[in-house]
Design a protein around this ligand. Structure first.
Ligand SMILES: [Zn+2]
Length: 430
């Protein structure tokens, strides 16, 4: 393998993990940028772990370890070059070097690029916003992407998240590790006891078994094994590598092992949330074991007893698996952004919200649920804009009748728009 391929293999994991952590950037494009900017890791700047030609711009980057001086060739619009001496960031290692790049583009000017998901769009948006002066920058990067088949690092890379419905976290160290299969199944288990989520978590630390989530009879939800990892739950590795497993507390014992209404309610919400985040269109149950374990006709609900000699999930849960599917599918049809019976999706788009506010993206990444929670608790009070369609500052300033009615009660302007203003055809952005 050549020096070029070696460099690509060495930088891909860092670009992928920062992209996954921060929720923006296109891996193939960023790796291509590093290849060109650092001459595949051989440039003088690369010796300082600056692989992206990041010129010193004060505090825009915070993870640097030194500032050094070096020459830079800049292309003028007429195609000619000039050489200038300038300051550059230096980094302690390749990881912070890549982190520095992500910090460098985390300014409003590069917002369009951060929203892009294919390499050409991403590169063009960076270029348009002034990232590079080279006239053929986009084409040169695309040529590297083609030559080394870098888009292989974009596709199939699932971004795993955990539910923000979680009330309690007690991560269980033993599990199968990173999944080797896309999440496409849900397996509901019963605890065979009325365990609190705390007690269940403690038990998981002691025995060789756990689950992704647990639900107590009080309806509280615990995270024990992150969704990116397969949990030791269903006595079947293949199942647990593709399924999210959920242990539900029982509020009665054998033989029925019932669950509380609160636990059932949380189970439905959690299942809908799992489906949304993992792009599972609907839950499909079959009373036939062979359909379940072979995922026939899209069947994506399995039971522990399909794989081992156990009563789990018990007669009660088993008897309502089909109803759970129906109820979850009803939830999936609703807008997830429903408040007081109104669909807030005209004023709330999580992607827009995260892209517009770097503080939110830093705190919540692309977790739509967490962003939605923030929007309800703070965003509307702070008059933050969370969709293209609705600019709250504009809406508030435009309509005297609304100002008279709502004054400083900012969330009411959002409410008015989704409940009446949109249907009335009121203009909501400049
Ligand atoms: Zn079980």
């Amino acid at each position: 393998m050549g020096r070029q391929e070696d460099f690509i293999l060495s930088i891909v994991p860092y670009v992928s993990s920062w992209k996954q952590f921060l929720g923006y950037g296109v891996v193939s494009a960023i790796v291509a940028q590093a290849c060109l900017e650092s001459a595949y890791g051989s440039s003088d700047k690369a010796k300082h772990n600056n692989y992206f030609g990041l010129k010193y711009k004060g505090n825009r980057v915070s993870c640097y370890s030194e500032i050094f001086s070096a020459y830079s060739a800049e292309q003028l619009p007429d195609g000619t070059y000039i050489t200038i001496k300038t300051d550059w960031y230096g980094f302690a290692d390749i990881n912070t070097g890549v982190q520095g790049y992500f910090q460098f583009i985390d300014i409003d000017r590069y917002k369009q690029a951060r929203m892009a998901s294919d390499p050409r769009t991403y590169l063009q948006a960076l270029k348009d916003a002034g990232y590079a002066t080279s006239i053929n920058y986009v084409d040169n990067c695309m040529a590297v992407i083609d030559k080394y088949n870098l888009t292989q690092y974009d596709g199939g890379e699932q971004v795993y998240t955990n539910s923000s419905l979680v009330n309690y976290i007690d991560l269980s160290p033993g599990n199968y590790g990173m999944r080797d299969h896309k999440i496409d199944t849900i397996t509901i288990h019963h605890m065979a006891g009325n365990l609190s989520v705390e007690t269940c978590g403690q038990l998981f630390h002691k025995k060789k078994g756990n689950s992704n989530y647990g639900i107590g009879s009080d309806g509280r939800i615990a995270l024990y094994v992150e969704e990116k990892n397969g949990a030791w739950t269903s006595s079947n590795k293949a199942n647990d590598m593709r399924a999210i497993t959920i242990e539900v507390a029982n509020n009665s014992g054998a033989p029925n092992w019932t669950i509380s209404p609160q636990a059932l309610n949380s189970l439905l919400l959690l299942c809908a949330d799992i489906c949304r985040r993992n792009e599972i269109k609907a839950l499909i149950w079959s009373p036939n074991k062979s359909d379940r374990i072979n995922h026939k006709n899209g069947c994506n609900m399995t039971m522990h007893k399909d794989f081992a000699a156990t009563a789990c999930p018990g007669p009660f849960i088993e008897s309502i698996e089909g109803l759970i599917a129906v109820a979850v599918n009803q939830l999936l049809l609703q807008s997830p952004y429903t408040l007081n019976g109104y669909d807030y999706s005209p004023v709330f788009d999580p992607e827009y919200y995260a892209n517009r506010y770097p503080d939110l993206r830093a705190a919540f990444g692309t977790d739509a649920n967490a962003l939605w929670q923030h929007f309800q608790s703070f965003g509307m009070m702070e008059l933050r804009q969370a969709s293209d369609e609705f600019d709250p500052v504009y809406y508030k300033s435009m309509y005297a009748d609304l100002q008279a009615a709502y004054g400083l009660d900012n969330p009411m302007y959002y409410f008015h728009y989704v409940a009446a203003g949109k249907a009335e055809g009121r203009k909501a952005h400049a």
